[in-house]
Structure formats: structure tokens, C-alpha cells
Write a protein that binds this ligand. Structure first.
Ligand code: GRF
Length: 206
């Protein structure tokens, strides 16, 4: 499986995916990393491992469609089978969705549909939930709204700050994302409307 990663920042989820490949847990090759942020740590991390990493500046294009057409072109050139968003802070849009139907995944640090969008961990603490977590889902045209593939619950603890909760959730993100990518690569996911079946089961624990 040829993987492309879209990311805007630090890139710890990308690193966890690469680590799973290195361990032999995930049979895949990272062929391209794209970032909308110049100088993003994820670009340096990818390049230091010899992975092609490109800054694609949305402001350098006449509009969102032109930006996404370029993105599709680069992804097609890389012959990516699957596009994984790992801390990519933009809406993906129709152009990408039509080019890669059911082939774009995202990870989000809450139990969706609760707390979509920015600062999900802060939203969870301020709302007062006792349990949060992370979600891996197929990407659709909305913000963190696509069909849910897998989730992990993480308790909110006494005295948690957004940062301490984020760190605890991140441990689960790093262990969950590659497992979902592996299932996708092995053709073990089926989408039926909003429901995603894993090996024919709706609630398979990963
Ligand atoms: C993660 O918490 C991810 O769930 C969210 O953005 C963060 C990215 O972190 N979408 P990293 O860049 O993978 O370290």
C-alpha cells in the first residue's frame, strides 16, 4: 500500500505510522508527505527519513479548487493508494474527495460526533465530559463528520488541562491509526452509508 500523509504541524501521528511500518506491523510505504505549512516539523521529519515532502502553499493558488487540483496531481504522480490526514488543519473539499473516494482517512482527538474542529481536548474539558478519546474516520465534505471506523475512549482525570488530556489521547491515537490503515490496506473495511463494518462487524474493537 502506497501512503500519502497530509499534515500541518508536528507530525507525531506520521511518525507512529512510520514506526509501525519499521516494526513490520504495517505493510505500507510512505510515498509523499504534503503540508500546507511552510517549515512544519512534519516536513523535516519526513525528509530526514528520505520521504518526499512538499510544502503546498494554499495562498500561492487562485483559489481552493486550484490548490486542491495541484494536490490531486501530486498525489496521483506519487501513485498513492490511500491519503491519511494527520493533524491537517484544513477542509479537504470536493476535488480531493472525488479523486480519492473512500480513500482519505482522518484522526481526530475526541469521540466524534462530540467536539469536532479545533481544540477538541479543550472543548471536552470545558464541557465537563468524563470520557473523551479519539476517532479515525473516512473523510467527507464536512468538518470531522465522515463515517466512523474506530474509536478509543480515554478518561478525563482530576486536574486535567487541555495539554495533559491531549497527551493521554495521543498515546491512543498513535496505537490506533496504523491499525485502521492496515485494515484498509487489507480490504477489511466496508462502508454502508454512515456505518463502517470491520470484517463485517460494526463494533470491532481495535
Ligand atoms: C492530533 O491530535 C490529531 O488527532 C489532530 O491533530 C493532532 C496532530 O498531532 N488532528 P501530530 O501532528 O500528529 O503530532
Amino acid at each position: 500500500m502506497r501512503l500519502a500523509v497530509l499534515a500541518s504541524g508536528r507530525g507525531s501521528n506520521m511518525e507512529a505510522i512510520l514506526a509501525a511500518i519499521d516494526r513490520g506491523d504495517l505493510s505500507a510505504e510512505a510515498v509523499l508527505v504534503l503540508s500546507d505549512q511552510n517549515g512544519a516539523a512534519v516536513l523535516h521529519k519526513a525528509r530526514s527519513r528520505g520521504i518526499t515532502a512538499v510544502h503546498l502553499d494554499p495562498k500561492a493558488f487562485s483559489g481552493s479548487r486550484a490548490y486542491h487540483l495541484k494536490m490531486v496531481e501530486l498525489l496521483r504522480e506519487s501513485r498513492a493508494d490511500l491519503v491519511v490526514l494527520a493533524g491537517y488543519m484544513r477542509i479537504v473539499g470536493r476535488t480531493m474527495l472525488e479523486a480519492f473516494p473512500n480513500r482519505i482517512l482522518n484522526i481526530h482527538p475526541s469521540l466524534l460526533p462530540a467536539f469536532p474542529g479545533l481544540e477538541a481536548q479543550k472543548q471536552a474539558i470545558e464541557y465537563g465530559v468524563k470520557i473523551s478519546g479519539c476517532t479515525v474516520h473516512f473523510v467527507d465534505a464536512g468538518m470531522d463528520t465522515g463515517p466512523i471506523i474506530a474509536q478509543r475512549a480515554v478518561p478525563v482525570e482530576e486536574g486535567d488541562t487541555p495539554d495533559s488530556l491531549a497527551a493521554r489521547i495521543l498515546v491512543q491515537e498513535h496505537d490506533l491509526y496504523w491499525r485502521v490503515i492496515k485494515l484498509r490496506g487489507e480490504g477489511r473495511l466496508a462502508v454502508d452509508g454512515r456505518r463502517v463494518m470491520v470484517d463485517g462487524s460494526l463494533c470491532k474493537e481495535l
